[in-house]
Ligand binder design. Structure first.
Ligand code: TEU
Length: 547
């Protein structure tokens, strides 16, 4: 196994990272031009979201050809150069495999549409009344999960956009095709893979209506998913590479199985329960205040159980589908810097492999788009209309998008304070937040107190202190809502981490003695306050080590 446990992984959304050719869209050469910057973060792997040939209905998660590069992003030579130049700097590339579905423009689907039996069996087609879909399942992007094809007189399943047709993993030929794709990229020198919604690949034998929900209970962590993952890993020879599965509406029990090394499935997985603590009744499109107790409970349970059963967590707050964490759990007006650093400390010193999503290391915020015309994401646009139909006013629906849209994580990377934030030399495909004038790489790079330099310290600590990756974990102040605190232990070493989730000073339920410990990192200037800690300042984060 690759040393994924001691690694930090940087996520790039190429469309929004760096535009080298002035078309307003980020590209592969843009990434190459920024490799030294990425290296300076102290990360080991770079996960890039898809840049494969695609009509871009879902920004590349609708793949037309897994072996070709979308011309918008560059050429195969560019991708090879990226792999090579990252390698020279000691960083491995992880590519994003969207294997639950393909674009309907994929050759397989096109041949299915023309009635070729072989390829019809690559997808999930069902007979049925043109007026009534086979089941009442809903697409994750809104509307029914089935689309009718009059020429075939059949429906096909699409759990996401209508242009993203679900593959039929029960067909061994499909599984073999996908293994070939992995071999292809492995031969090019890719060091790992991220598997998109990979716990949705196994659909039930019989399709039935869901009277309680949108259908997800029938296919999330579906009947043959573990078998499929074992086979995929073994047959494509990726067992020694770093792999992460994105798990949608999963369970702890399944994530233990996905990541227990004895199972030979994946290195680690992303789960999302901790990022739903501000949904009202589990509904992303209804705003609620974050439930910090629930957040703590989830983080603690997943940490404890994964450790007990030999599982491994991917640790993350942000990605290209999530609003910016500092806008969500921090305070961008009064405590922007403190809260961004606290949130970083909170997960980087836990057991698992931390991910940094481009711009998170700068404390980038939600862009605050004000008009529906500023949104690009298919999910946001669909749900905007659904919200209006359901009776919300335009202003209410926009407020929900300002907080919940996936575009919040997709605004261009802020490189400098210039007109287009150093991302491009022309108007980019999606708007740049006004705050790039002070939240940007150039300004933060030279400022020892910046969020950027704080993140660099966090990645360096993980390298220097094995206790961070390997130490046992127990939790402190479990009943105190405002405080998320833990103790790591290893070979007589101890690490104590305290985080104040709130924008006010809190008094610890019981004062903490740190006699014999040394302060390792913190987001406030060090105070000489003896060996007892009684209070935490707003969003304060502090870690002590005893060696
Ligand atoms: O996302 C899977 C997914 O279900 C969620 O992140 C989803 O976007 C959100 O919960 C809806 O509220 C993955 C990719 O990360 C995403 O960008 C793709 O759109 C999606 O799969 C389909 O490939």
């Amino acid at each position: 196994m690759a040393d994924f446990k001691g690694s930090t992984i940087y996520q790039i959304y190429p469309k929004s990272f760096c535009d080298s050719d002035g078309d307003g869209i980020g590209d592969i050469r843009g990434i190459i031009s920024r490799l030294d910057y990425i290296k300076s973060l102290g990360v080991d792997y770079i996960w890039s979201t898809p840049f494969f040939l695609s009509p871009q209905k879902d920004n590349g998660y609708d793949v037309e050809d897994y072996r070709r590069v979308n011309p918008q992003f560059g050429t195969m030579e560019d991708v090879e150069e990226l792999i090579e130049k990252a390698g020279e700097r000691g960083m491995g590339l992880m590519f994003d495999m969207v294997f639950n579905h393909t674009s309907t423009r994929h050759e397989w689907f096109q041949r299915a549409l023309s009635g070729e039996k072989k390829y019809m069996d690559y997808y999930i087609f069902r007979d049925g009344d043109p007026q009534a879909p086979p089941t009442n399942w809903q697409s994750k992007f809104g509307g029914p999960a089935w689309e009718y094809v009059p020429s075939l007189r059949k429906w096909y399943l699409h759990l996401f956009d209508v242009t993203q047709a679900d593959l039929n993993w029960n067909n061994p030929e499909v599984r073999n095709e996908l293994k070939d794709v992995l071999r292809f990229w492995k031969e090019k020198g890719v060091k790992g893979f991220r598997f998109d919604v990979v716990n949705l690949i196994s659909k039930p034998e019989v399709f039935e209506d869901d009277m309680e929900g949108d259908g997800r209970r029938f296919y999330s962590d579906g009947p043959r998913v573990h078998e499929f993952l074992k086979e995929l890993t073994a047959d494509s020879g990726i067992g020694d590479m770093v792999t992460v599965g994105e798990m949608s509406s999963t369970s702890l029990e399944h994530c233990i199985r996905y990541t227990d090394p004895a199972e030979h499935e994946l290195s680690m997985c992303f789960s999302f329960h901790h990022l739903k603590v501000d949904y009202k009744n589990g509904n992303k499109w209804e705003l609620a205040k974050p439930d910090y107790r629930r957040l703590k409970e989830l983080l603690m349970t997943w940490q404890r159980k994964m450790a007990e059963h030999n599982g491994w967590n991917a640790l993350f707050w942000c990605n290209h589908d999530q609003p910016r964490i500092v806008s969500r759990l921090g305070d961008t007006d009064r405590y922007w810097k403190e809260s961004a650093k606290m949130l970083g400390t909170c997960i980087h010193l836990l057991r698992g492999t931390p991910y940094i999503f481009q711009g998170e290391e700068l404390g980038m915020t939600n862009p605050g788009y004000n008009k529906i015309e500023e949104y690009r994401d298919v999910e946001s646009i669909n749900y905007y209309h659904i919200m209006l139909q359901e009776g919300k006013t335009e202003e209410e629906a926009l407020e929900v998008l300002r907080q919940r849209s996936r575009d919040n994580g997709r605004s261009p990377m802020q490189w400098n304070s210039g007109e287009y934030a150093g991302f491009s030399n022309r108007e980019p495909w999606i708007g740049i937040p006004a705050n790039h004038t002070f939240i940007n790489v150039e300004d933060e790079d030279g400022d020892p107190d910046s969020i950027l330099n704080y993140y660099r310290k966090l990645t360096a600590l993980r390298k220097r202190y094995p206790i961070i990756q390997e130490g046992m974990i127990e939790f402190l102040y479990e009943d105190q809502e405002e405080v998320f605190a833990y103790r790591r232990t290893r070979n007589g070493q101890e690490l104590i981490v305290l985080n104040n989730f709130f924008g006010k000073e809190v008094t610890l339920q019981k004062e903490l003695s740190h006699a014999g410990y040394r302060r390792l990192i913190g987001n406030y200037p060090q105070e000489d306050s003896g060996t007892m800690l009684r209070t935490l300042r707003p969003y304060e984060s502090i870690a002590f080590i005893k060696e």
